[in-house]
Design a binder for this molecule. Structure first.
Ligand code: ZN
Length: 266
């Protein structure tokens, strides 16, 4: 996954989707927005004390950059669960979506930019280039413990008839194992996650572990039937890379949100 700059913004571009040319997608950085510290500058999340006017301006910049409008930029009220919003008809009530308590969005509608906001949690994007369906999923430790990755895959299969061998996945920049120390409630929460704790966490002593969210989500995708060669994983740690990313843990909670976004082309 490499850093790209188009006319307006820097973003991380997953290569695995690019060759199909049916979608535009990426993972934003904190650059080129209008928000002031500590939200500087491309803050795309409303769940903080940044000016809503500035956030809307940033969302508009992102939408315009990829050829759509801010009215068709969809985020939901993320709550660390595993419920997924499905948008499968044209001209829906966009304003209603942002009030829904969900942690994933799936759509087969072109020019609708779906996004999940993160600042440590892992943004996960799915594309089925054959059925032309995309998904954006929010996988923090709770979403990962609930295996939202597999839920997203199963939704594509059940609702849109996707074949698992066609589904491509990109795990975006998240907090890395280098910076993500967790304790017993997190370990216990992974009991039904579909992955072995020892395969995604290392013992840090004194009842602490270092959790690798990227490894956990990659294993869950493979467990759900996605071939390994269909999965691309970012190596960036958002907590280490202060100049590129927001990190809730590093910044003491008051920070902005980058997004994983994806949109089907017309
Ligand atoms: Zn780190």
């Amino acid at each position: 996954m490499e850093m790209t700059r188009n006319a307006n913004i820097h973003y991380i571009s997953p290569q695995i989707f690019a060759e199909h040319n049916v979608s535009a997608q990426g993972f934003t950085t904190r650059h080129e927005g209008v928000s002031r510290a500590p939200y500087n500058s491309l803050n795309l999340g409303m769940n903080n004390f940044d000016s809503p006017h500035n956030v809307q301006g940033n969302r508009s910049l992102l939408a315009r950059t990829f050829g759509t409008t801010v009215e068709k930029f969809v985020m939901v009220s993320q709550c660390h669960g595993t419920d997924i919003l499905v948008i499968d008809e044209p001209n829906p009530d966009y304003a209603h979506f942002q009030k829904l308590g969900c942690d994933g969005i799936i759509t087969n509608q072109p020019e609708v930019m779906i996004a999940v906001g993160v600042a440590d949690c892992l943004p996960l994007l799915l594309l089925d280039p054959v059925k032309r369906v995309v998904a954006a999923l929010h996988a923090g430790w709770k979403g990962t413990a609930g295996n939202i990755a597999a839920k997203g895959v199963e939704s594509l299969v059940k609702i849109f008839g996707s074949s698992k061998s066609d589904i491509l996945a990109a795990c975006g920049p998240a907090i890395g194992a280098c910076c993500y120390e967790v304790d017993e409630p997190v370990r216990a929460g992974f009991a039904n996650s579909g992955v072995e704790w020892s395969d995604c966490a290392t013992d840090a002593g004194a009842g602490k572990w270092r959790l690798n969210l990227a490894a956990a989500n990659q294993l869950q995708l493979m467990g759900a039937g996605i071939p390994q060669q269909n999965i691309e994983v970012s190596a960036e740690c958002v907590c280490c890379k202060h100049d590129w990313f927001f990190s809730y843990r590093r910044d003491g909670g008051e920070t902005g949100r980058q997004v994983g976004f994806i949109m089907l082309k017309p």
